[in-house]
Structure formats: C-alpha cells, structure tokens
Design a protein around this ligand. Structure first.
Ligand code: ATP
Length: 309
C-alpha cells in the first residue's frame, strides 16, 4: 500500500539574484541573473514524498499572490493534496537570496503567510490522523508544530522532525518525536558536541531514533540499544545540493511508511537524495519513485557496497 504522509510546514518562493559582488548599504549593483525557485522545507518534503510514491497531504499557508498560486501548483502537480494549504490575505513566504561570484550568499527570509500556521484549523486533525507519518520542520511557528506533534501522538501517527533552522526544542516536542533528522550542524547545536556519532548518541536520551545527515559523507543512524550505523552516500558529481536533506527525509518517510526495514529505507533515501544532488534545481530536481528504484543498482557500484533491500 502507498505510504500516507502528512506534512505540516513552510512554503516559500526563493528569489535568487546573482551578482559579481554583493551590494554594500546604500549601493546599487547590477546582477547577472535572477531565478524564482519554489521551496520552503515543508513544501519540499511534500513534493519529495509524493514523487517517491507517497500519498501526501500538505498543511500550511500561502499568500493571495502570484507566488502562492505557483507554490500551490507545484504541490498539486506533484500529486500532493492541498486541501490543508490555506490562502491568507497577505504575501507568500519569500527568501531573498543574493549570490556573489565567490559563491557567498546573503539571505533575507520573510515568513509572510507561513506565520499563519501557528495552530491547526478545520480538517487538520483528520488529515494528520489519516496519515501514518507526520513530517515537521521548524520554518513555521513553534505553537503550530507542537499542535501537529501532539495531534499525531494522540492518533498513533509517527512523527519525523527535521530540526531546521536549528533552535532550542521544547521537551514536549522532543517527547512527541519518533525520529529526529538533523544535519551535522543541527546535531551539533542540539547536542553541544560536534562529533556526529557522539551527537547522535546524546540525542537518543530525548528521542528513540536519530539520523544525522552528513552531506556527501552519507548519514549516521542511531537507535536506543544498538550501535550507530554509518550509511555511505553514492559518489556523485554535485550540481546543486539545495533541498538534498528534504529529498532524503521525504523518501525515507515513504520507505518506512511502506514497512521497509531501516537499513533498506536509508539506502533508498540516500539514492533519492544523491539523484537530486546530481541535477540543478530544488524541488524540480527531486526524483520519482521509478528513478530511485533504478538508481539503487548503480548506487551499489558507486559506493562499492551492495545495496541493501
Ligand atoms: P540541504 O540544506 O541542502 O537540504 P542538509 O544540510 O539538510 O541539506 P545534507 O546532510 O547536506 O543535508 O544532505 C542530506 C543527504 O543528502 C545526505 O545524507 C546524503 O544522503 C545526500 N547528499 C547531500 N550531498 C550529497 C553529495 N554531494 N553526494 C551524495 N549525496 C549527498
């Protein structure tokens, strides 16, 4: 059966301008290119899970503007149910990104409509209750994230939390989390130790399972009562690592929701993330289920280890 996944989180339009050198205060510079890229960790995880084969519903908000219309279309095109995606009166969430020739960037995030996702509204409880897994991140207000986690817990729905952007987490949120998926930096910030293995083990005092993502180095899985396991990532030429983490989480949730063992699910999610890294684009680069399946064979050759499952 298809894995039923609910996502509560952000939808943003990234407005990306490329410049030779970033402007100083009061200065105007001429850019060389401009892209609008649909994103936000919530929307990204929803698209990733849907393309990976999940039956996905998104709880969030967009503004009554052209960005909101486009964000909604990106989700529906991926097959995501957007009945829980509200349209608020103001602007959609945006991220204004200036990238200079040295690859450095500066970013202004304006939450816009995402700020309205501070509580559950009509139908959200039923959306969560109908799912096997709820995916949460921290780009929408904490009270809404907590309400989602609480509701999932009450209905026996598995909670997967991406603790990004990094911040202190209330005990209640950790207590309601089944699987925590920080990247290296978030794991260090949450645990106070920069060694990912130690960080993962430390976080097991708060949650039963942790996956620390390590970029090109793969990921590290830790569960209570077992030794941490490293899963290598396929070696690929990275074209664009944007949303690699969200692709990984979306695919992992689908694989686990279908009842695959953790080792097989991690290998499948690693294949999905590597495929997204090989291609330009954020949600546009996320692979479809059949591509992930096909890539698992190559994956074994790429890493020199047999692909589990
Ligand atoms: P992002 O913020 O770009 O979404 P992240 O910081 O949340 O990423 P990462 O740890 O960088 O997360 O990457 C998540 C997963 O994506 C990794 O565990 C790995 O499986 C895969 N991945 C990322 N970068 C690469 C790469 N260069 N080659 C292969 N796989 C990669």
């Amino acid at each position: 059966a298809r894995a039923a996944v609910a996502v509560l989180g952000s939808a943003n339009m990234d407005l990306v301008a490329y410049v030779p050198t970033a402007p100083r205060r009061g200065e105007t510079v001429t850019g060389t290119a401009f892209h609008t890229v649909p994103g936000g960790k919530g929307a990204n995880q929803a698209v990733a899970a849907a393309r990976a084969g999940g039956a996905v519903t998104m709880i969030g908000a967009v503004g009554a503007d052209a960005f909101g219309t486009r964000l909604r279309t990106v989700l529906t095109d991926a097959g995501v149910d957007t009945d829980g995606l509200r349209t608020t009166g103001g602007a959609s969430g945006t991220a204004h990104i200036v990238v200079d020739d040295a690859g450095g960037n500066s970013i202004v995030v304006v939450p816009g409509a995402n700020a309205a996702v501070d509580a559950l509204t009509g139908g959200d409880e039923a959306r969560i209750a109908a799912a096997g897994t709820l995916l949460l991140q921290l780009e929408t207000p904490l009270p809404g994230v907590l309400a989602g986690a609480r509701t999932a817990r009450a209905h026996g729905v598995r909670v997967v939390l991406t603790p990004a952007p990094a911040r202190q987490l209330p005990d209640e949120l950790l207590a309601a989390t089944d699987l925590l998926v920080p990247n290296e930096h978030e794991a260090a910030a949450l645990s106070g130790t920069s060694d990912p293995e130690r960080a993962a083990v430390a976080l097991l005092s708060a949650v039963p399972e942790v996956v620390v993502t390590l970029g090109a180095a793969g990921c590290l899985y830790a569960a209570r009562g077992a030794d941490p396991v490293r899963v290598p990532a396929p070696r690929v030429r990275a074209a664009d690592t944007t949303a690699a983490g969200d692709t990984f989480v979306g695919a992992l949730a689908v694989a686990r929701g279908e009842g695959r063992p953790m080792a097989a699910a991690l290998a499948w999610a690693s294949a999905a993330a590597a495929l997204s890294v090989r291609r330009e684009g954020a949600s546009a680069s996320m692979p479809y289920r059949r591509e992930i399946d096909a890539y698992l064979d190559t994956y074994a050759a790429d890493t020199g280890t047999p692909a589990p499952g």
